[in-house]
Design a protein. Structure first.
Length: 256
């Protein structure tokens, strides 16, 4: 390992990263990191104003950025997102499926509307977005897909079974995608955060948030920026021999 090669391990210069749910929380932290690493960044989110604000923020950081309002439950919108990203920057090298819907209903009380809303955003949307972006990823010499899942995929999940099961399914899709896309030069991995200080966590009752803090070995909730290191490893040349894996970044929740 010489110094020049070492210096390029996390260099994303000239590459384009597409981040869904990229206007806040973990998605915005990853988008900022990609800009810092030299990538062009496309952020997608439901709200046009939030997309514009995120793109302006990333541009102020010195990056080239585009915001595209997108609902993950709308398959036509996913095609339009891919088309806009490729038109602006000439292709897609990195795809991060981060957008999520936190719908939660107890087993025995689930509604079909909640089921459909959750699975459209948490499962169907990410899978079909990958499919839409596949032609561009195949043309990249550094193609990487990162699916943001959850430690809920590996734990007992009373009350949040819809969400956790969708994330568990994305873990399975990650493995299958890795196997199917490896001959095309595309790596596919997942990142499973534990409790992170995002609106999804903050919107819970204080006693629930306190229980989340106690659930980890580190006895705290992570900052979104703490997901950056693992995400950069899995999407840069530093992780060139890693595919089909799920990296758990949970402060020791699963181990506990």
């Amino acid at each position: 390992m010489d110094r020049q090669k070492f210096g390029k391990l996390f260099d994303l210069g000239g590459r384009t990263a597409l981040v869904t749910g990229g206007t806040r929380g973990i998605g915005l932290a990853l988008a900022e990191a990609f800009v810092c690493a030299g990538a062009n960044v496309v952020v997608a989110g439901r709200k046009p104003d939030a997309c514009a604000a995120a793109a302006a923020h990333l541009t102020d950081m010195g990056g080239r950025a585009l915001g595209v309002p997108t609902h993950m439950g709308d398959l036509k919108a996913l095609d339009a997102l891919v088309t806009a990203a490729a038109a602006e920057f000439g292709g897609i090298d990195i795809l991060v499926n981060n957008a999520a819907n936190p719908s939660a209903q107890p087993l025995g009380e689930m509604t079909t509307a909640a089921w459909e809303k959750s699975y459209d955003v948490n499962l169907r949307g990410p899978v079909f977005l990958v499919q839409a972006a596949l032609p561009h990823l195949e043309r990249s010499s550094h193609a990487a897909i990162l699916n943001i899942v959850s430690v809920g995929a590996f734990t007992f999940s009373p009350g949040t079974a819809i969400y956790s099961a969708a994330k568990a399914a994305m873990v399975s899709f990650t493995r299958s995608m890795a196997a199917e896309f490896a001959p095309r030069g595309i790596r596919v991995n997942a990142l499973a955060p534990g409790p992170v200080n995002t609106s999804m966590v903050r919107n819970n009752p204080p006693e629930f948030v306190a229980a989340l803090e106690r659930s980890t070995l580190q006895r705290r909730i992570a900052d979104p920026d703490e997901m950056v290191g693992a995400a950069l490893l899995l999407t840069s040349d530093a992780g060139s021999y890693i595919t089909g894996q799920t990296v758990i970044a949970d402060g020791g929740l699963i181990a506990r």
